[in-house]
Design a protein around this ligand. Structure first.
Ligand SMILES: Cc1ncc(COP(=O)(O)O)c(C=O)c1O
Length: 392
């Protein structure tokens, strides 16, 4: 049986050819494709600078370092996200703080955020997550951040190709210091593994370039040790200098070659996802048990996920049983996400998901249905019919 997964990549001949050409070129890493991909993303989202890295988690980690969070401060994020958004705070020794989501958008609730910031005056960074591709209310969130003296790192792992209400693209950093993306295969475009940080701030950009590669300055910035760097006023040809501790978070040219050809298809990918979302919405319009999230805000999202709430208790079936029955019939669904504070590691740190009632209520009913570029209408009709039948 061909399984219908909840998400998957679309790879065409142009992608394969680009990767093969890169392999033949000899420049596998630290070559020209990295800058080419960064420029393509910058031009697409309308931002000054982009730094490509090995994955979306590395992008968040480096963004947290570049934001100078500091070990005695707090980072506010959403409880309904992948663990990486909150882990970025822990990586830099800061304290994650969760602020509850809005029950309709499943994005950070702006009024809830104001309250959270009042209670945590040590919050220096806010990481809003554009859940399922729907951009958060960034006007309200940036006003709250300004008031609290905090900076914003947008976690846009779900939202390459999404637009804010003012029409600007997510990634333009119109409302934030930095934005991060992921290019994992289920995302808007893929590089296998991959990520990106965008910013309009030149100092942040230069630092991100160093942070991506061990904190080493290879000469694009001023050397700290001028005596060691120069002979007779000329830069020493061997010289490079590690200026702060960092990691190897580089991405390869092979991955970036794929990213470039994938990006050329992004608008087509988003348009197809939007059509499929409209078909699901239409199919569930009269359902009492299935309630899609983010309804009425479809035109701004890149539609990373199609997430619904299902009233499993009214239907008299557990979610586990429901997912098993779907899988037995060839359909793989998923839950995005168990609230981060409910994970054992976070519980050990003293967090409790009961403190985020909207997140908890959403989690109890959440299910993500298959949504990807190659999903056919016939396959989608199968998914819809299965859902309706299993809930009868
Ligand atoms: C919201 C969110 N943030 C961050 C990440 C991390 O991205 P990556 O898997 O590329 O490290 C993901 C990936 O699933 C994500 O969904």
């Amino acid at each position: 049986m061909d399984m219908i997964s909840y998400g998957r990549q679309h790879i065409d001949d142009a992608d394969i050819q680009a990767v093969v050409e890169c392999l033949r070129s000899g420049a596998l890493t630290q070559g020209p494709k990295v800058a080419e991909f960064e420029q393509a993303i910058s031009a697409y989202v309308g931002v000054r600078y982009a730094v490509a890295v090995s994955n979306g988690t590395a992008a968040l980690h480096l963004a947290a370092i570049a934001a100078d969070v500091g070990s005695s401060s707090a980072v506010v994020t959403s409880p309904i996200t992948f663990v990486a958004s909150a882990n970025a705070a822990l990586y830099v020794g800061a304290r994650p703080v969760f602020s509850d989501v809005d029950p309709e958008t499943i994005n950070l609730s702006p009024s809830g955020l104001v309250h959270t910031l009042d209670q945590h005056p040590d919050a220096k960074v806010i990481i809003p997550v554009h859940f399922a591709g729907l951009p958060c209310d960034m006007v309200a969130i940036s006003a709250a951040a300004d008031n609290a003296g905090a900076v914003i790192i947008e976690d846009a792992a779900h939202a390459l190709g999404s637009r804010y209400s003012d029409g600007k693209m997510v990634g333009s950093c119109a409302h934030s210091l930095m934005t991060t993306f992921s290019f994992h295969p289920v995302k808007s475009i893929t590089t296998g593994e991959g990520g990106m940080v965008t910013t309009n701030d030149e100092q942040v950009y230069r630092r991100l370039l160093r942070l991506r590669s061990h904190g080493i300055n290879k000469g694009s910035d001023e050397f700290l040790d001028q005596d060691a760097a120069f002979t007779d006023g000329r830069p020493n040809p061997w010289y490079y200098e590690m200026q702060e501790l960092s990691f190897n978070y580089r991405i390869t040219d092979i991955q970036c070659a794929l990213g470039i050809t994938q990006l050329a298809k992004l608008d087509k990918f988003v348009a197809r996802r939007r059509q499929l979302v409209a078909r699901y919405d239409e199919a569930f319009v009269d359902s009492k048990l299935i309630r899609p999230i983010q309804l009425g805000q479809r035109d701004r999202s890149a539609h990373h996920l199609y997430a619904v709430r299902i009233d499993f208790s009214a239907a008299g079936i557990s979610r586990a049983e429901f997912m098993t029955r779907l899988r037995e019939r060839g359909v793989i669904s998923q839950v995005h996400y168990m609230p981060v504070p409910a994970h054992p590691y976070y519980r050990r740190l003293g967090f409790c998901s009961d403190h985020y009632p909207n997140a908890q209520a959403y989690y109890r009913q959440a299910l993500s249905l298959p949504l990807f570029y190659d999903l056919t209408e016939k396959q989608q009709d199968t998914v819809i019919a299965l859902l309706i039948n299993l809930l009868q």
